[in-house]
Write a protein that binds this ligand. Structure first.
Ligand code: SAM
Ligand code: SF4
Ligand code: SF4
Length: 334
């Protein structure tokens, strides 16, 4: 029996973080003054093994999950990731296996990931300007490597590649049309994401959020848009360009919350289960796994946990909620 939470939501999607480490220090996610050389990243033995991840994934599928996305941190920094992809893609009942990456390591890994059975790739791309890229990602790795990663993903057969762009007012909102032009011309699907108050270290302020309605109006004035009916969970509102040049997505997590349709759980690299991106605590699944619990008892535990879920943070966000204790996105899995 597939469980429903207290708001009647099923469990359909699972994000699995495979590492809390990253080769970028994006200011909105892992600011360098917090995630510096002394930051206590997880030790290797604290991470779930591929066998443990696959065992849990099988149980999640039994409870209704059909879509899995690998994330982090930067998931491509986890050694031998294609081995995990091969193990997960073989699971009966899994309909979609995807990955979100900053793209830098894709030139080498896109092909092995495709061969291992990965279905889709999303690459984060906030700017097309090298100097701005350096400031936002706070890394010495060049923007060209990200663009080469996007091209490698397409060449490996992951087309259209989804591009995620987090907009911050005064930082990159003057590039909306440039990014849309790039995606239209290259045949990628761009999605603009509102800057969110994830974790507690990114200095989030409502004034810096660029509302999706503004983005839509700007693009629509340039290239008329038509709505696309949402399928499944309505996280991204999708719009089709009237001239037939693809689609653009808008993720209005702050200004138009979509908690009512949220069917997503997150499994962190250290094996904690979170039922909301803004959670302050998670269930220690690794503890249960390593204490010898068998599959039926883990299934019952997870089903029970989902049935108790009542999260709807984005619907109740107000002046004081950004200050609540929350787990960092890089740790929980973005
Ligand atoms: N490192 C990979 C990447 O950047 O694509 C995967 C992990 S990252 C945490 C997943 C997604 O979360 C990225 O698309 C990133 O842009 C987005 N993200 C991170 N911090 C965010 C924030 N404060 N608000 C909105 N989106 C954010
Ligand atoms: Fe790393 Fe992705 Fe976070 Fe940027 S958004 S710091 S690439 S995990
Ligand atoms: Fe889901 Fe939590 Fe985001 Fe609402 S705030 S959509 S419950 S992750």
């Amino acid at each position: 029996m597939e469980p429903r939470d207290t708001l009647g939501r099923p469990l359909k999607a699972l994000r699995i973080s495979v590492t809390d480490r990253c080769n970028f220090r994006c200011t909105y996610c892992m600011p360098k003054d917090v995630f510096g050389p002394d930051y206590p990243f997880l030790a290797r033995e604290a991470l779930l093994s591929f066998e443990e991840i696959t065992r849990l994934a099988r149980i999640f599928i039994r409870l209704g999950v059909t879509k899995i996305r690998l994330t982090g941190g930067e998931p491509l920094m986890r050694r031998e990731l294609p081995v995990l992809v091969r193990m997960l893609s073989a699971l009966p009942g899994l309909e979609d296996l995807a990955l979100t990456s900053n793209g830098v390591l894709l030139p080498d890994l896109a092909r092995p990931l495709k061969d291992a059975g990965l279905n889709r790739i999303t690459v984060s791309l906030d700017t097309l300007r090298p100097d701005r890229f350096r400031a936002i990602s706070d890394t010495d790795l060049p923007l060209d490597r990200v663009l080469a990663g996007v091209a490698a993903a397409r060449a490996a057969g992951f087309g259209p590649v989804k591009l995620n762009c987090v907009l911050k007012r005064g930082v990159n909102d003057d590039e909306i049309l440039d990014l849309a032009t790039f995606a239209r011309e290259e045949g990628h699907t761009l999605r603009f994401i509102e800057f969110m108050d994830v974790g507690t270290t990114n200095g989030w302020r409502m004034e810096e959020v660029v509302p999706a309605s503004r983005v839509r109006a700007l693009i629509h004035a340039h290239w008329p848009l038509e709505p696309v009916e949402a399928e499944g969970d309505a996280v991204a509102r999708t719009w089709r360009y009237g001239d037939g040049k693809g689609e653009v997505g808008l993720i209005a997590s702050v200004t138009q919350p979509f908690c009512r349709g949220c069917d997503r759980a997150r499994l962190s690299a250290e094996g904690r289960l979170y039922t909301c991106l803004f959670a302050g605590d998670g269930l220690d699944l690794k503890g249960f796994l390593r204490n010898g619990h068998d599959d039926p008892s883990l299934t019952a535990l997870l089903g029970f946990h989902w049935k108790r879920r009542s999260d709807h943070y984005s619907e109740i966000r107000h002046a004081a909620t950004p200050g609540l204790p929350k787990v960092e996105m890089s740790r929980m899995g973005g």
